[in-house]
Design a protein around this ligand. Sequence first.
Ligand code: ADP
Ligand code: MG
Length: 320
Amino acid sequence: MIRFDDVTKTYMRGQHPAVENLDIEFSRGEFVFLVGASGSGKSTLMRMVLKEVAPTRGTVYVAGKDLSRLPSWKVPSLRRDIGMVFQDFRLLPSKTAYQNIEFALAVIGTPRKVVRRLVPEMLEMVGLEDKGKRMPHELSGGEQQRVAIARAYVNRPSILLADEPTGNLDPSTASGILDLLAEINERGTTVVMATHDRSAVDRMQRRVVEMVGGQVVRDEERGSYETPAPVSVISGNLPDDSAHREEHPLDEDGLVADWDGAPDPEAPVSGAASAERLDDQPDEHAIAEDILEEDLIDEREARRARDEDPFAADDEENLR
Ligand code: ADP
Ligand code: MG
């Protein structure tokens, strides 16, 4: 679904790359946590999937397509098939909750009748069926994020990118947001969530990709926020490069700030999770994605048509 092939992104010449030699794949239907201190490259990775940022070197593939070869007129269709949720919600402040969701449908020319059905369904899915008329400032942070998720999901994207979606929320509110993202994932959307939310990662036990200074230092199938494995920065496997560390002042979460440079004596000696991960990715999969040169739109249509999509039948009805 998403593949980075030896991707490096350097924003400014002479600066340490924001993302360096990234080789990673996110499969269809996966739920992936991206963890790592501020400045470790999580947002850059996501922005490359949206083609908001172009790699300096290497190739990003989304649904088998090399994004560097995607013509600019196709970029809107790429972005339509990728929902995005941010830490600061980014709702349109002068529109109601209902209108914020409606807007995402209107811009792609969705028939009014479909809009009138989908928006209430989305509000209900996120538990805000009675708050459609509220303005963003009349909603709590958690409620605003629910609206933002409804807006990101209303077009049934294949991929949902959530960049620290619970970063501004208290723990119990955050936990509800996480449940919502898990539900969206269960409905078939690939979810990639950058987070500092330790309890979210530990509770879900999903794939965890940890970044340090633009590089993946850990990739675990069913991970926790921290690991004793030596591939993790927490256990001391940080590149011994103090200049580099200064360039990436590590943040309040203290992932690296608290690190004293001493390897954890309790840590097992081996267990390179990232190597294991590569081993269990069959090659056929990557090849299949390249051969399947289907358009993102076609893919979405195909998904709509499948039984698991509750809107599929209704959409047909509306066309008649
Ligand atoms: P994260 O999301 O993990 O906090 P980012 O991807 O935002 O990390 O940033 C990675 C590195 O790239 C940081 O050193 C950051 O300062 C730098 N960076 C991010 N965006 C830009 C930009 N638009 N211009 C220059 N440098 C940037
Ligand atoms: Mg970020």
